[in-house]
Design a binder for this molecule. Structure first.
Ligand SMILES: C[S@@+](CC[C@H](N)C(=O)[O-])C[C@H]1O[C@@H](n2cnc3c(N)ncnc32)[C@H](O)[C@@H]1O
Length: 168
């Protein structure tokens, strides 16, 4: 669920396929242009609302999901729009293969706390959790790939929160 940093990760893992999702056309355009210019064949993009995820992917088809810097939707009445609310988690569980993980990177400490609470409340399997990725032991080659927004937040010395969890 991100665009041009998909190209970097696709270059790192040429034997895997990556699909970037966003509903904004300019983000899709940017990622697709970079992929074409750099000749990266294993990355694709879908301009869509995440709400329609299960219409695009079959049950168990997806190995892993990355949610990068989603809109935090902090207002109480907008909980159902948060990408780690029950409605979205249910969709992720459906399209993920058994044991497939969800990764979340966010600058928003409130969204991070909410997502961690969801993992706890729904008794999901927590793999990794840190409120400061780049001062933790988790910042390996893959996790250190920075999205467009991530670079902006880091330039303002914002801590980056990271969660990795699965449904079984
Ligand atoms: C803060 S930006 C982060 C963009 C990119 N992932 C990054 O890290 O640079 C949030 C993005 O989420 C997209 N977005 C928000 N809600 C969405 C939804 N329901 N379906 C698809 N994209 C969504 C917006 O269009 C926007 O590009």
């Amino acid at each position: 669920m991100e665009t041009f940093s998909n190209v970097n990760v696709a270059q790192m893992f040429p034997d895997k396929n990556f699909i970037g999702i966003d509903y904004k056309g300019n983000r899709i355009w940017r990622g697709a242009k970079t992929a074409l210019e750099e000749g990266v064949p294993n990355v694709a993009f879908i301009r869509m609302q995440i709400e329609t995820l299960t219409g695009f992917f079959a049950p168990g088809e997806v190995d892993e999901i990355w949610i990068t810097f989603p809109d935090p939707q902090p207002q109480l009445g907008r909980e159902k729009k948060r990408l780690t609310s029950l409605r979205f988690l249910t969709m992720y569980q459906l399209v993920l293969k058994p044991g497939g993980a969800v990764n979340l990177k966010t600058d928003n400490d409130g969204f991070y706390a909410y997502s961690a609470e969801q993992v706890d409340k729904l008794k999901l399997k927590l793999h990794r959790k840190t409120a400061d990725l780049y001062h933790s032991d988790y910042a390996d080659e893959v996790l250190s790939i920075k999205t467009y927004y991530e670079k902006k937040y880091l330039a303002h010395h914002k801590n980056i929160n990271y969660l990795r969890f699965s449904f079984e």
